[in-house]
Design a protein around this ligand. Sequence first.
Ligand SMILES: Nc1nc2c(ncn2[C@@H]2O[C@H](COP(=O)(O)OP(=O)(O)O)[C@@H](O)[C@H]2O)c(=O)[nH]1
Ligand SMILES: Nc1ncnc2c1ncn2[C@@H]1O[C@H](COP(=O)(O)OP(=O)(O)O)[C@@H](O)[C@H]1O
Length: 206
Amino acid sequence: MSKGILVVVSGFSGAGKGTVMKRLMEKYNNYALSVSVTTRSPRPGEQDGKEYFFRTREEFEELIQKDALIEYAQYVKNYYGTPRAYVEEQLNAGKDVILEIEIQGARKIKAKNPEALLIFIAPPSMAELKNRLVGRGTETPQVIESRLHRAAEESQGVEEYDYLLLNDELEICVDELHRIIQSEHSRISRNLGFIQELRKEASQLG
Ligand SMILES: Nc1nc2c(ncn2[C@@H]2O[C@H](COP(=O)(O)OP(=O)(O)O)[C@@H](O)[C@H]2O)c(=O)[nH]1
Ligand SMILES: Nc1ncnc2c1ncn2[C@@H]1O[C@H](COP(=O)(O)OP(=O)(O)O)[C@@H](O)[C@H]1O
């Protein structure tokens, strides 16, 4: 069985990554969504092990020491990281795995896994981004400021991604994301084993 595709999805805070991921998982049964570890506090309604594994700084640093994270980064005063075991297990089982992570993490993943597919989710405008971030009502005005500042920095790195995905109409965005990942399965470089088999058969026939 061929390995699954490692998909990285990034985007400014408030662009709608979480919303798109939730809908993608409801609508399509194809993907394994990695749950990250974070030192930030849970928002109302967030559950440990569902949106994130919520851990203390000491616990997080222990995971780093044990090499239990495939990447981690600091984002607006908190640590965020991707647990190694789940990702490796799912990829080996042939599942496409999605990491919803910020740009420093995306760079680390790309450096270690050049075949990873990197997708950047953008809002229709920065004014709409601010509306969504304020409308979500989960951060203080000060944290919103820091996140908008971070968005300006992150906007400089968008060219490092393979695809730009606009999250204007949610359903269109979700379907487009599914389509991009599915077409990636047809890439020649991901099908070399099958091509070798066809060549072998062809030489026997001819
Ligand atoms: N590098 C890295 N970034 C992560 C990870 N998990 C989440 N993030 C990113 O951390 C940032 C902050 O996440 P969060 O506090 O949930 O805010 P939100 O993106 O506004 O919902 C976002 O850009 C996430 O994509 C991770 O495991 N590694
Ligand atoms: N396509 C969309 N159109 C309008 N609002 C959206 C859309 N996608 C997400 N939102 C809203 O924007 C806010 C931020 O979305 P969220 O998924 O939390 O973003 P992120 O995970 O990127 O920080 C939420 O209140 C969400 O309901």
